[in-house]
Design a binder for this molecule. Structure first.
Ligand SMILES: Nc1ncnc2c1ncn2[C@@H]1O[C@H](COP(=O)(O)OP(=O)(O)OP(=O)(O)O)[C@@H](O)[C@H]1O
Length: 244
């Protein structure tokens, strides 16, 4: 696989000439950045801007990869809605990117990923027959199947029960080692566990939050993880202090 570049996005985003946010975010290459912030602040919009997708607004600024090459085509994206194609089976949904690009279909690898997300018995089903959490895991398998140097995950575990969520966090951390990952999450515990960098977004700015000094994937019950999680939650709830 090609080296995973860092990405920087700096500028202002407007909707109908109203400033939505001012962003200055450096996403380090080969690491996990967790992006948090209040609902509606513009986290998904940041992802869409970097992906070059429609946002319904106007961006004045710069978006660059640290290696200077085009970002286009190097990102695997898991959107908030699962975007499963209802007329295809779960397996064919996982294979859709390769099929559209005219690449050989590695069905064994797709099946293995479906097994890893706990859906091996559901490969031939249509997405409409799955639960929300099962669909989300199928979408995760599709995103992991893409095998890109940069991976954007927009609340990828939000529909999962706590145990499955922890399992899927571990799977993603294992399979995406060395990739540049931008994970949008509302869960301070998830960020404290997974992030090399935690970035907290507000309309005015994007600030980095101190991460525990321990290696990712962090132990959920380790004191450093719990302290980071608790302080981050207090901050997100509006505790009147700046980033430590
Ligand atoms: N296509 C669009 N046209 C106009 N406004 C939009 C469009 N998409 C998003 N917005 C607005 O941009 C703002 C930011 O939306 P965005 O989805 O980026 O927020 P978010 O931080 O990801 O929210 P959440 O945590 O609830 O998912 C919201 O006010 C939303 O209404």
């Amino acid at each position: 696989m090609t080296p995973s570049p860092g990405i920087s996005i700096k500028g202002r985003h407007y909707i109908n000439d109203d400033l939505l946010f001012n962003v200055d975010l450096d996403i380090p290459g080969g690491q996990w950045t967790c992006l948090l912030g209040r609902s509606g602040v513009g986290k998904s919009t940041i992802l869409r801007l970097i992906l070059g997708l429609e946002t319904g607004g106007r961006f004045d600024g710069t978006i660059r990869a640290t290696d200077g090459a085009a970002i286009d085509g190097r990102i695997s994206y898991m959107a908030q809605s699962d975007l499963m194609l209802p007329w295809l089976t779960v397996l064919d949904n996982v294979l859709i990117g390769a099929r559209l690009r005219g690449e050989p279909l590695n069905k064994d690898r797709a099946s293995d990923l479906l097994h890893r997300v706990g859906l091996s018995g559901h490969s031939d089903q249509k997405p409409t027959t799955l639960s929300g959490g099962m669909r989300q895991r199928a979408a995760l398998a599709r995103t992991l199947f893409e095998d890109r140097p940069v991976v954007f995950l927009d609340e990828p575990f939000s529909a999962l029960d706590a145990g499955t969520r922890a399992d899927m966090q571990e799977l993603a951390a294992e399979l995406l080692v060395g990739r540049t990952v931008l994970l949008v999450t509302h869960d301070p515990a998830e960020a404290a566990r997974l992030a090399h960098q935690i970035s907290v977004m507000s309309a005015q700015r994007t600030q980095n939050w101190p991460v525990p000094p321990t290696k990712v994937l962090r132990d959920i019950n380790a004191p450093e993880t719990l302290t980071c999680q608790a302080k981050l939650l207090a901050y997100l709830r509006g505790a009147p202090h700046e980033v430590a």
